[in-house]
Design a protein around this ligand. Structure first.
Ligand code: NDP
Length: 497
């Protein structure tokens, strides 16, 4: 029996997940749905594969990861087309996403040894006869759970960090983008055919939940805050540590000395690329009074030129359309004004660019993640008010500041994990910068040095080299030796500086 296909809604028929294009309903591909037994089997196989992968050492893993990077580069058009087919996003957006993933893959492969390799620590006077050694050991198997909006770069971040650190990975792609997920796994298998170091398990949320309970060493989750709480609850059962990369409500602050066309360009691109379905997308703009009118005009002029169905792709997940509609309606009902788009902008599966002004702070368009091509612009008296309003959110993922004299000071005061000054979203493109948020946006980091350490366990080893000068860890110590220790401590640490 063939199920009725709704564009963009994945169907399950006879244990097979069928992925479709959100705009056309065209089939993007099929993958088997994982059963609880097959998830447990995948984790067991991964544990064996991890032993082989660890034995390759940093150089061996670097070689495989760089070969995977090159393979993705060679087949970038194929991956972009597949991503466009499955998510509906324009090819160019899929290419830019892949470029960012390649940067992270390259960086993690080249830096794992330096960041995680074994090292001797500096000798401490009180234990001078011991040497300290620090190693970063892999967890074994890492479960990676990914979203649909950036199905390449979001999972590749934790996957390359986990692999470079010596772990095997079992990856649960979103039910909306399983084909892209499987493509990543299949291409990795071409450079590491010996063992299933990277595997995929497909299905709905229950597959992700089963992965959390399948005796993995750590889980890296990217998705909504609501699901993050379920993931943490499942992981808590076995004290499995988690990295949470959740949603956002990022703000862009425009100060009086900002380059207005550049700020408008960033607001429009940052807010509307990928049809606004970007965790670090700009959703709120705060502009100081002297430049407010010219900024609004510039943003409206630029956003008004975007063509729905071309630069603005479809909303990938149909039920998100209702959320976007509700946010726009709520903003208008509470006194906000649409200076572009508005209530009529929602034409499933598309939402046309929408710019709203005078939206009250208690509106869902200001408070909750909209995940559509909408922007609010709020007039503020000065940068202090902009910072206060920008920080008045449970989220704290990224953000942007435009200005000259005070821009970096403003950036520091934003309550978020990342900020771009005089650009937008750029922090996600730099392999050496950690990525992650605070508050409802999650915790832990992917990318950069912190993103490598996230997937390894620090192991401290001390080695005694000589007789103890100040024997402290023995019942044989004498009262005189204890007095000697106190004397040494006073000498070393008793002064004020
Ligand atoms: P969801 O939270 O709905 O899903 C994320 C993943 O979790 C999917 O693979 C999903 O599977 C799976 N899942 C669902 N239920 C469970 C469960 N109970 N246990 C374990 N896994 C489960 O997020 P979306 O896919 O809708 O992604 C959009 C969200 O992701 C937005 O909030 C966005 O801001 C955020 N995001 C955050 C990023 C960041 O780095 N901070 C980057 C990109 C997106 P299934 O799809 O089958 O339901």
């Amino acid at each position: 029996m063939t199920a009725t296909r709704v564009p963009g809604v994945p169907a399950i028929e006879d244990g097979v997940l069928i992925s479709t294009n959100p705009a056309t309903g065209e089939e993007a591909g099929r993958v088997p749905v994982a059963s609880p037994t097959s998830i447990a089997d995948a984790v067991r196989r991964a544990r064996e594969a991890a032993t082989w992968w660890q034995a390759l050492g940093y150089d061996g893993r670097k070689d495989r990861l760089l070969r995977w990077r090159s393979l993705i580069v060679q087949r970038i058009d194929e991956l972009a087309q597949l991503t466009s087919l499955e998510t509906g996003k324009p090819d160019a957006d899929a290419i830019m996403e892949t470029v960012a993933a390649i940067e992270h893959l390259d960086w993690a492969a080249r830096h794992a040894r330096k960041v995680l390799g074994p090292r001797r620590t500096r000798t401490r006077v009180l234990l001078a006869e011991h040497t300290g050694h620090l190693e970063y050991q892999p967890y074994g198997v890492v479960g990676v759970i990914g979203p649909w909006n950036y199905p390449i770069v979001t999972p590749v971040g934790p996957i390359c960090g986990a692999l470079a650190a010596g772990n095997a990975v079992v990856f649960k792609p979103s039910e909306y983008t399983p084909i892209v997920g499987q493509w990543l796994v299949d291409t990795f298998a071409e450079v590491a055919p010996e063992q299933p170091v990277l595997q995929a398990v497909h299905g709905l949320g229950d597959v992700g939940a089963a992965l959390c309970r399948a005796e993995v060493g750590k889980v890296a989750f990217t998705g909504s805050t609501a699901t993050a709480k379920k993931v943490m609850a499942a992981c808590a059962e076995n004290l499995v540590p988690v990295v949470i990369e959740a949603g956002g409500k990022d703000a862009l602050i425009v100060d009086a000395d900002a380059d207005i066309p550049a700020a408008a360009d960033a607001a429009v691109w940052g807010g509307m690329t990928n049809a606004g379905q970007t965790c670090i997308g700009i959703e709120r703009v705060y502009a100081v009074a002297p430049i407010y009118d010219s900024l609004v005009n510039e943003i409206v002029a630029r956003a008004g030129k975007l063509r729905t169905g071309e630069e603005i792709g479809p909303i990938t997940m149909p039920r998100q359309i209702d959320v976007i509609r509700e946010h726009i309606d709520d903003a208008l009902a509470k006194g906000g004004k649409a200076v572009l788009g508005g209530a009529g902008a929602v034409q499933p599966p598309y939402v046309a660019p929408t710019v709203l002004v005078d939206v009250p702070a208690d509106s869902s368009e200001i408070r909750d993640e909209t995940f559509g091509p909408t922007l609010t612009i709020t007039k503020v008296a000065d940068a202090d008010e902009a910072i206060r309003l920008a920080n008045d959110t449970a989220y704290g993922l990224g953000g942007a500041v435009f200005g000259k004299r005070d821009a970096i000071r403003i950036a520091r005061r934003l309550r978020s994990g990342m900020v771009s000054v005089n650009s937008t979203l750029t922090f996600v493109g730099m392999g050496n910068l950690p990525f992650g948020g605070v508050g409802d946006s999650g915790f832990g980091r992917i990318h950069g040095e912190d993103g490598l350490r996230e997937f390894a366990i620090p192991k401290s080893i001390t080695v005694r080299r000589a007789r103890s000068l100040f024997p402290s860890t023995t019942f044989d110590r004498t009262p005189a030796q204890v007095r000697q220790i106190v004397k040494a401590v006073k000498l070393l640490y008793g002064r004020r500086s």
